[in-house]
Design a protein around this ligand. Structure first.
Ligand SMILES: [Zn+2]
Ligand SMILES: [Zn+2]
Length: 277
């Protein structure tokens, strides 16, 4: 870690989940996001923009495959511009959607990634976290909805493609809670067995549900299974960078959780300095 972090009174942790305008629903270039992170006193950031997917899948909400090189170079640009002041890492938030595994493999092999989040945003053809399609919740049986969702999460964990699972209990976003714990706990068992981490995602504190992902109960259950956590704001604008990560980190350490980051897709424990910070 660069020398000049040593005497800074600010936070020494990472924000490992953020987006760029390439996904078509975020503002703030990588340079602007990095500047915001520096101002927030973070030690580092990892860009995890929405991964390109086949053209038929969720196209308006992500970069195209032919924009991937531009994404990488824009993150590299921020990396060199902030070198020695802020560590900037390169990642992706991938979508797990059965049948697209080979596509994901190809994208992951195209560059050297630091961190890859596996997220489920679709149950079948329904983009269930999109506010536009929120009324679909009224037509669904909550138990069946959550069972289908966690079956997909298990598939994501078993795929071997990802370092962490994104926003674990995402279907609660608009306020609908899981009527039973079983499916989530079974998914946590698979996540633990496959050695994945969980994205502790503070965006939930900005949504209707008013609760981070995962919930306190699922956080407790994950800690009990030895699953480590990666802090992320899921920032879609510079103002959201670092959002309540101090609260999140404190809560996790009080639970006895390990807070980690990923570099070159290898898990990094927070250094001892950060533990004190
Ligand atoms: Zn997004
Ligand atoms: Zn997401």
């Amino acid at each position: 870690m660069p020398q000049d972090f040593k005497n800074r009174p600010s936070a020494l942790y990472f924000d490992s989940h953020m987006h760029t305008p390439l996904c078509q629903h975020a503002t703030g270039t990588p340079l602007e996001m990095a500047r915001a992170a520096l101002d927030a006193g973070l030690a580092g950031i990892t860009f995890t923009d929405h991964m390109p997917m086949p053209a038929w899948y969720d196209a308006p909400w992500r970069m195209r495959r032919d924009q991937l090189d531009h994404y990488v170079s824009s993150v590299r640009e921020a990396q060199s511009a902030f070198a020695s002041r802020l560590e900037v890492r390169l990642g992706l938030e991938a979508d797990f959607h059965p049948g697209t595994e080979h596509w994901i493999e190809e994208v992951l092999s195209a560059h050297e990634w630091d961190y890859v989040i596996g997220s489920v945003h679709y149950i079948g053809a329904w983009g269930f976290d999109n506010p536009e399609f929120q009324d679909e919740y009224e037509r669904r049986d909550p138990g069946a909805l959550y069972r289908s969702y966690y079956a997909l999460i298990e598939g994501a964990a078993r795929s071997g493609l990802f370092d962490a699972i994104g926003h674990l209990d995402l279907p609660k976003k608009f306020g609908l809670r899981a009527p039973e714990d079983g499916p989530a706990l079974a998914a946590l068992d698979v996540i633990a067995a496959r050695g994945l981490a969980l994205d502790f995602n503070t965006a939930g504190w900005r949504k209707v549900v008013g609760e981070a992902y995962p919930s306190p109960e699922l956080t407790y259950q994950a800690v009990a299974r030895g699953i480590p956590f990666v802090l992320g704001s899921d920032a879609h604008s510079p103002e959201e960078v670092g959002y309540r990560l101090g609260d999140a980190r404190q809560l996790l350490l009080e639970e006895g959780a390990r807070v980690v980051t990923f570099k070159a897709r290898i898990l990094q424990e927070e250094d001892s300095e950060a533990q004190r910070g």
